[in-house]
Design a protein around this ligand. Structure first.
Ligand code: C2E
Ligand code: CA
Ligand code: CA
Length: 279
């Protein structure tokens, strides 16, 4: 037994060393990535299923790694959160999204909502409101078109502080969505208290919607909840016409997902926005 214990411990240790090394390497590479402009934003359209119009976009970060190629956010966001690099990374995201929207505006595209994912680490940072104000000043982008996507688990933090910040955000005419709604730990009390406008139904509830009765019930409940609280709803990860029809039937007007479009590089997104009715 002793020997087993030792062996296990050694495996564990090797794993930890490997993990620590991977993190250290990523941390160093992320610093370079910011300097060398290796990040890029992709944009995924949000569609009004009644008018078939693009009503908004979500900005999603991509990392063009010099040797590994395109690295998805899942591979580096949590490390950037641990190291604190998420702050400078997201400041870049917000700036780039606003700059891009402003550029498209100057090319004749009427402004639409741009969703920006905000890490709880960033949200909790003391001067995050000033950061956003500065970016809005620099880019001259109208903040009423910014939608900050936050996660439910923020509510687990100091509620009063979160509420205060959300009110400052609202004061700037920036809207707020709860991302991946239903997967976290928020309560109905917060839903009632917090100045938010939109719930984004998590992909995992939309998956298999045509076959999964439990997911159907969850989606129905979220829609009822949203109606009671007068919130907008966006269903994420809509991939099939069957899923779309179920959502439409339930008066879920806004959707996002591969059925309409994958996240697009800026150029392709611009081409899409140039067409008056896209789908
Ligand atoms: P998310 O905010 O839930 O974004 C939606 C993710 O689902 C995106 O993955 C998108 O490409 C993917 N997706 C969209 N439609 C479909 C579909 O129909 N089917 C499937 N299977 N997937 C779909 P992506 O771009 O890899 O981003 C993953 C996560 O990384 C995001 O999840 C978000 O939490 C995070 N992320 C991305 N950019 C940022 C950022 O700037 N800041 C922070 N904090 N997080 C970010
Ligand atoms: Ca999101
Ligand atoms: Ca989401």
């Amino acid at each position: 037994a002793k020997k087993d214990g030792k062996t296990n411990w050694m495996f564990f240790s090797a794993d930890m060393q490997h993990e620590a090394l991977r993190k250290a390497v990523t941390e160093r590479e992320l610093n370079k990535a910011l300097e060398n402009k290796e990040f890029e934003l992709y944009y995924q359209p949000l569609i009004n299923t009644i008018t078939q119009e693009v009503v908004g976009l979500e900005a999603l970060i991509r990392w063009n790694h010099p040797t590994k190629g395109m690295v998805p956010p899942g591979a580096f966001i949590s490390i950037a959160e641990e190291t604190g690099q998420i702050i400078s990374m997201e400041k870049w995201v917000i700036h780039e999204a606003c700059r891009q929207m402003k550029e498209w505006e100057s090319q004749g595209i009427p402004p639409i909502k741009i969703g920006i994912n905000l890490s709880p680490i960033h949200f909790q940072k003391m001067n995050f409101i000033q950061d956003i104000k500065k970016i809005v000043d620099e880019t001259q982008f109208d903040p009423q078109y910014i939608d900050l996507e936050i996660t439910e688990n923020l509510a687990l933090q100091d509620t009063e502080k979160v509420l205060e910040k959300l009110q400052s955000v609202k004061g700037m005419h920036i809207t707020v969505s709860i991302d991946d709604f239903g997967t976290g730990f928020s309560s109905l009390l917060y839903l009632k208290k917090f100045p938010i406008q939109t719930l984004k139904i998590a992909q995992e509830f939309v998956r298999n919607l045509e076959k999964d009765a439990e997911n159907q019930s969850i989606v129905t409940s979220i829609l009822a909840l949203a109606k009671a609280f007068q919130l907008n709803v966006v269903a994420e990860g809509v991939e099939t016409i069957e899923q779309l029809n179920i959502l439409r039937h339930q008066q879920c007007t806004y959707v996002q997902g591969y059925y309409y479009s994958k996240p697009l590089p800026a150029k392709e997104c611009f081409q899409l926005l140039q067409k008056p009715r896209s789908y």
